[in-house]
Design a protein around this ligand. Structure first.
Ligand code: SF4
Ligand code: SF4
Length: 274
């Protein structure tokens, strides 16, 4: 994203709408974007309406009114001179938009934004099987974001601990070696609003895996959120919940698949989902 210095009048309406605080008012009184911090989420472009006032006229009015302690300020949801300009992004910068802009489709997954279907379709995909635990480890959030170099520190530790990375996940697809957790070098300095690493482990290993992730959280420069999923026993009991409770975690229902899915892909068909 770019702000046109020719068009901007320095009203600062765009500053609070930036998801990571990358927009600031420069020494010249006009808005600017810290390109290293901008995650190309396009929120500034989408959340403000554009008016087409003439920049030179608007600046003059603002200057004159300022002299008599008055100000011309557009409504807070307006960029008065259409000064916010989306750019054509190339690799690797386009990775920022793919993970940060919910309105674009991620090429590697075919879904909007940074995620995958996770376990939402586990009824038919059986991504997580009985005895296994699926973990979604989310790095970054609006307000802070995350660089892939930071994510790589974590994926390397997870790989050392024997975690199995979900193949269809966008972060896994950018790995040069899922066995080591190495992410391709040209994206390491790209920042995104957030990204999700998906791993699978076993119920036996879950305590060890969570201990490692806790250590990753302590050393991380961003926020880390964790979700776990498992398959219930036939009687509805959940061994995982007991283990997590013993470890001091508060648990609750989040997303619940009832097993009512119907497999339309023959490779998913099995007795369990009929
Ligand atoms: S809203 Fe538009 S005119 Fe106002 S500071 Fe931002 S870019 Fe400049
Ligand atoms: S594209 Fe997103 S991150 Fe970049 S300046 Fe606009 S709101 Fe901020």
């Amino acid at each position: 994203m770019r702000i046109s210095k020719e068009k901007c009048v320095g009203c600062a309406n765009c500053v609070p709408v930036c998801t990571v605080g990358a927009i600031y008012i420069d020494e010249d009184g006009l808005a600017n974007i810290n390109a290293d911090e901008c995650v190309e989420c396009h929120n500034c472009y989408r959340s403000l309406s554009f008016e087409h006032l003439r920049p030179s006229f608007t600046r003059t009015i603002r200057r004159l009114l300022k002299k008599i302690s008055l100000r011309f300020q557009p409504d807070p949801d307006i960029c008065p001179t259409e000064a916010i300009v989306p750019e054509d992004l190339e690799w690797p910068r386009i990775v920022r938009q793919a993970f940060s802009d919910p309105m674009v489709t991620h090429e590697s997954t075919g879904v909007h934004g940074r995620g995958t279907e996770e376990v939402k379709t586990n009824d038919v995909s059986h991504r997580i099987k009985k005895g296994e635990v699926g973990l979604v480890v989310e790095f970054g959030r609006p307000g802070i974001g995350v660089f892939f170099r930071e994510v790589q520190k974590a994926t390397r530790v997870m790989a050392t601990a024997g975690a199995r990375f979900e193949q269809g996940n966008p972060v896994t697809k950018m790995m040069t070696n899922p066995a080591t957790g190495d992410i391709q070098e040209d994206v390491l300095n790209e920042k995104v609003l957030s990204c999700i690493v998906e791993i699978t482990t076993t119920i036996q290993d879950i305590v060890h895996t969570l201990t490692i992730i806790k250590e990753i959280c302590k050393a991380s420069e961003t926020v880390v959120s964790i979700g776990v999923s498992t398959v219930c026993e036939e009687d509805g009991s959940e061994p995982l919940r007991d283990i997590l409770t013993q470890q001091g975690y508060e648990t609750g229902w989040a997303k619940l698949n009832l097993g009512l899915g119907r497999a339309t892909n023959s490779s998913f068909t099995s007795r369990e989902n009929l």
